[in-house]
Design a binder for this molecule. Structure first.
Ligand code: SAH
Ligand code: SF4
Length: 392
């Protein structure tokens, strides 16, 4: 651990720096260029304490100790569900804001679902995060660190071995921007994170292993296309007529379906990537034949793949999940009309970690925070990278 607190007026969270920014800090300190690469490699391995960067000279470690102000969240709770295949982390920042990150393990695949905002301003009425309203943006460092923590925990074996499936990979292979918040309403942090993830000296994820899910912010979709990486774009459609979408996805009033479709088409043409349409299926709201028919038309026009997620129940939401019968009838009808469609599992439900259930355990009414996921506290120490012990 560093002995002296960061004292430099420009002290910065190292994960908020991209590689050029890191190189600039090291150059300012008079260090040769390869030192920036060494520091970057430590950061990728989850080590942000210069004291633990043992291949750096003593004086450089001291200087970095002053320049770095790591914004480490506190791990408030770690909840395990689905026989160890789903891990939900509740992270709290020094200002009291909290977010959730979900690590999902599949055979040979480890997917992290990250948050980009504390709360969300978009107000989709079926989503727990939407009920919170907007709290604040996460910084780039706060978003990147969610991946760092999960990756380092997998690499170092610090997640309780009993709760890991045998075939779990030892590093993060996929990242989905489907946690709390609207990623395209926090473009700086989203794009910086995509940079870290795709960097061949960073997490080395393929662009297709990265999915950015958006409620349909058209200018943001175009800016994401400008990055020039074929990142998978998932569009949360949920309704195939403006009338219904205005209600389910209020931002539709600013960017109606026709405008959104154009943006998706531009994205697809520029990246050559098939776009995903997300459809949160709500009982007696958007599970009827008319919506299925309209959805099939849009999906075929966009050559998109439709992912149906039966609505996960969440407090304060008056709607109900669809019946099994309605769900299967909806999927079959869209498929019969020639569109690609799959039904997604409800992973994470028993840990309240499924889509739309991320609340960061705020008390909905008052906005105060609850001690979440009671019973998980004994696992807190097992996520070593949050505490920044020596590197493995
Ligand atoms: N803000 C972005 C990304 C986060 S939400 C977006 O809306 O796309 C991730 C996905 O969860 C979205 O498709 C969202 O519509 C869906 N979702 C929200 N609430 C849900 C719920 N209660 N049940 C199932 N899916 C939900
Ligand atoms: Fe925000 Fe997405 Fe939830 Fe809508 S569904 S409120 S955009 S997090």
């Amino acid at each position: 651990m560093s002995t002296a607190p960061p004292s430099h007026p420009e002290a910065i969270d190292p994960y908020a720096l991209d590689r050029d920014g890191l190189a600039a800090v090291l150059a300012e300190l008079g260090a040769p260029a390869y030192r920036a690469r060494q520091v970057h490699a430590w950061l990728v391995r989850g080590v942000d304490d210069p004291e633990a960067m043992t291949d750096l000279p003593r004086d450089l470690r001291d200087q970095l100790g002053e320049r770095f102000a790591p914004a480490r969240p506190e791990l408030v709770a770690h909840t395990v569900a689905d026989d160890g295949h789903t891990h939900k982390l509740l992270l709290r920042y020094p200002d009291g804001e909290a977010i959730e990150t979900v690590l999902m393990l599949y055979p040979g695949r480890a997917t992290v679902c990250i948050s980009t905002q504390a709360g969300c301003a978009m107000g989709c009425p079926f989503c727990a995060t939407g009920q919170l309203g907007f709290r604040r943006q996460l910084t780039a460092g706060e978003v990147v660190r969610q991946v760092v923590v999960c990756d380092a925990a997998l690499r170092s074996g610090t997640i309780d071995a009993d709760s890991l499936p045998e075939d779990a990979p030892d590093h993060v292979t996929n990242v989905v921007f489907m946690g709390m918040g609207e990623p395209l309403a926090n473009l700086p942090a989203t794009l910086a994170t995509v940079g870290w993830l795709h960097d061949p000296e960073g997490f080395r994820l393929s662009a297709r292993g990265i999915t950015v899910s958006t409620v349909g912010l058209v200018p943001g979709i175009d800016k994401l296309a400008d990055v020039g990486l074929p990142v998978t774009l998932a569009v949360s459609l949920h309704a195939a007529t403006d009338e219904l979408r205005d209600e389910l996805v209020p931002v539709n009033r600013s960017h109606p379906l026709a405008e959104l479709e154009d943006a998706v088409r531009r994205y697809r043409d520029r990246t050559n990537r098939r776009v995903t349409i997300e459809w949160c299926l709500i009982g007696d709201v958007n599970d009827d034949a008319h919506q299925a028919d309209r959805l099939a038309v849009i999906a075929r026009r966009l050559r998109a793949h439709v992912n149906v997620i039966p609505m996960n129940p969440t407090p304060g939401v008056r709607w109900k999940e669809p019946s099994k019968r309605a769900t299967h009838a909806f999927v079959a009808r869209v498929r019969d009309r020639g569109a690609n469609i799959t039904l997604r599992d409800t992973r994470g439900r028993d840990a309240d970690a499924a889509c739309g259930q991320l609340l960061a355990s705020y008390d909905l009414g008052s906005g105060s925070r609850l001690p979440a996921a009671v019973g998980a506290a004994e696992r807190v120490d097992q996520l070593l990278p949050l505490r920044q012990g020596p590197a493995s």
